[in-house]
Design a protein around this ligand. Structure first.
Ligand SMILES: Cc1cc2nc3c(=O)[nH]c(=O)nc-3n(C[C@H](O)[C@H](O)[C@H](O)COP(=O)(O)OP(=O)(O)OC[C@H]3O[C@@H](n4cnc5c(N)ncnc54)[C@H](O)[C@@H]3O)c2cc1C
Length: 520
């Protein structure tokens, strides 16, 4: 017999299975000697009391059996199978490719950026020399924006697919098995590149193709159907199904669709700054008496409020992490955050953003469905100018920003290209800076020590999600005007993060298979 039991335990005893089994059996009335196998299958921290506690779900069994088996993955040889084209090798493209292989179809992937190894050099160049390679950077390259991301694997979009299967697939490819257990799973930026390389190996070994450093520049259609694509080097590939998973930063792809008369739409997103505190301040706020407990993970937070009818919220919080330059072209400053698996850095950073709605991009009307993107791009350019026309980011201490005062000096930061003291109200549109100012005071009421001049606000956090939606038929997942073109993942507006992009990739792969089978 198998039984799941919820227990509460002190953080220092969380790994002590003897104590875990003792508490679990005490709670459910079994004898300790009845237990043949035990496994923790869920873990979260409850920091609401004076002392933090771990909440565990423990699975016990009176027989020798595998209590929490990993999904069985089967990679068949697809070298001679029907092909599906995939544009973009981020989480959506990678999981689409793996899903195709599992159904006996061959993925042919085009990725504008380089493989992870080569890409690392391009990241160094951004941080040290302030030069951005528009083909290979923190957003473009093998594994997409997911590779050098924070690797939090938490999603709210439970309806769209099987989350456990996605997590199991990451574990199969080398992620720590704890991600199957933790309530807020996290891989860490230092571990992700290896996982991504392993995924590439799986695809290639099964007979799939991946073309790195190969940007897709043209899509061909005939009588409302996809017929193929052309790469920047001039090669043409024929195909009646292509998964378009190019992410939220591929502005040239949005331009290409618009130019080709393929319908796209403006989409609301969120924009603001990244806030960076010493991690110790956040630990003290969240863990009170227990803030120094080495058995607790570095603390995180999630804050949200409404200011003058708009959502203002923290986004992609990275405990023990660092701020990174996520620009994809020269002449723009964009920041984002990540953290290593141990989250042992000195700083805590998080996006601090305001929802952007249609009325905000009204004055960019001449850009049609690219108006929201033009609004976003202009603020990124302003940030670059305010930072001294380098990758240095404009920044201001928190209380200085709220009081409308320039900071005479700034706090130490994790952002390698460096910060330049600037008036962020001159970088951000008034409706955003005003709301961030008010939200700082709201959040001060919830977490008094969060409001401090020991925190820097760093501009600009502008790539929270795509400013464009590429429409698709909810049943077939094809673009309504181009059968066989399957807009996918975050860039098309159907995902917001690694796991939801991966799930959308799997769905689009299944939709592509339906198209292939119907055409046979
Ligand atoms: C620093 C950072 C930290 C993040 N942290 C997290 C986190 O902790 N948790 C989380 O869930 N999400 C996080 N994200 C967001 C997450 O990475 C994205 O939501 C996710 O990667 C989106 O997946 P995608 O496959 O839809 O697109 P992307 O990952 O953006 O991949 C798109 C790919 O398409 C390629 N491409 C673009 N145009 C072309 C073209 N014309 N031809 C060929 N290839 C092309 C790009 O090079 C890119 O590799 C983070 C992002 C960043 C930048």
């Amino acid at each position: 017999m198998i039984k799941d039991v919820d227990i509460v335990i002190a953080p220092n005893l969380g790994d002590n299975m003897q104590e875990v089994i003792r508490l679990a059996t005490q709670k459910c009335g079994w004898k300790i000697s009845d237990v043949q196998r035990a496994e923790v299958i869920k873990r979260s921290v409850d920091a609401r009391g004076k002392y933090a506690r771990l909440q565990l779900r423990v699975r016990i069994s009176d027989a020798e059996e595998n209590l929490y088996p990993l999904t069985d993955f089967f990679w068949q040889n697809v070298s001679n199978s029907p092909e599906v084209l995939i544009i973009g090798f981020g989480p959506a493209g990678m999981f689409a490719a793996m899903e195709l292989i599992q159904h006996g179809f061959k993925p042919v992937v085009f990725e504008r950026g380089s493989d992870v190894r080569k890409r690392r050099r391009d990241l160094k160049a951004i941080n040290r020399d302030h030069t951005v390679n528009p083909e290979s950077n923190y957003c473009f390259g093998e594994g997409g924006a997911g590779t050098y991301s924070d690797g939090k694997l938490y999603t709210r979009s439970h309806k769209r697919g099987n989350i456990s299967r996605i997590l199991d697939n990451f574990v199969y490819h080398g992620a720590h098995p704890d991600i199957r257990v933790d309530a807020h799973p996290h891989i860490g930026t230092n571990k992700l590149p290896k996982v991504v390389e392993n995924i590439r190996e799986t695809i290639i070994q099964a007979g799939g193709e991946i073309h790195f450093d190969t940007r897709v520049d043209e899509i061909f259609t005939e009588n409302g159907k996809l017929t193929g694509l052309r790469t920047a080097t001039g090669e043409r590939y024929r195909g009646n199904a292509a998964i378009l998973a190019t992410g939220h930063s591929a502005r040239d792809v949005f331009h290409l669709l618009y130019r080709s008369g393929i319908n796209i739409e403006n989409k609301p997103f969120a924009l603001g700054v990244r806030i960076e505190h010493p991690q110790e301040i956040i630990n003290k706020v969240q863990y009170s008496c227990d803030y120094n407990n080495p058995h607790l993970p570095p603390a995180s937070y999630a804050l949200s409020t409404q200011v003058q009818g708009r959502g203002v919220f923290s986004f992609c919080m990275c405990p023990g992490g660092f701020i990174v330059p996520a620009s994809t072209a020269p002449g723009e400053v964009v920041v984002n955050g990540m953290s290593p698996s141990r989250r042992d850095g000195k700083f805590a950073n998080s996006g601090f953003v305001v929802s952007v709605e249609p009325e905000d991009w009204k004055s960019y009307g001449e850009h049609g469905p690219l108006a929201a993107m033009a609004f976003q791009a202009e603020i990124e350019k302003k940030a670059w100018e305010a930072g001294g026309k380098t990758m240095a980011a404009p920044a201001q201490r928190m209380i200085d920003f709220v009081s409308g005062k320039n900071s005479t000096d700034l706090n130490e930061t994790s952002y390698i290209p460096g910060l330049t003291s600037a008036n962020l109200s001159e970088v951000l549109p008034g409706f955003i800076s005003q709301r961030i100012r008010e939200a700082c005071l709201h959040f001060k009421k919830k977490m008094p020590s969060y409001y401090t001049n020991e925190a820097n606000l760093v501009g600009v956090e502008s790539r929270t999600s795509s400013p464009v939606r590429i429409p698709r038929n909810p049943q077939t997942l094809s673009h309504p005007e181009v059968e066989g073109l399957l807009p996918c993942g975050e860039g098309a507006g159907y995902a917001g993060g690694i796991v939801s992009a991966a799930m959308d990739g799997e769905r689009c792969a299944r939709a592509a298979i339906t198209i292939k089978k119907a055409a046979d």
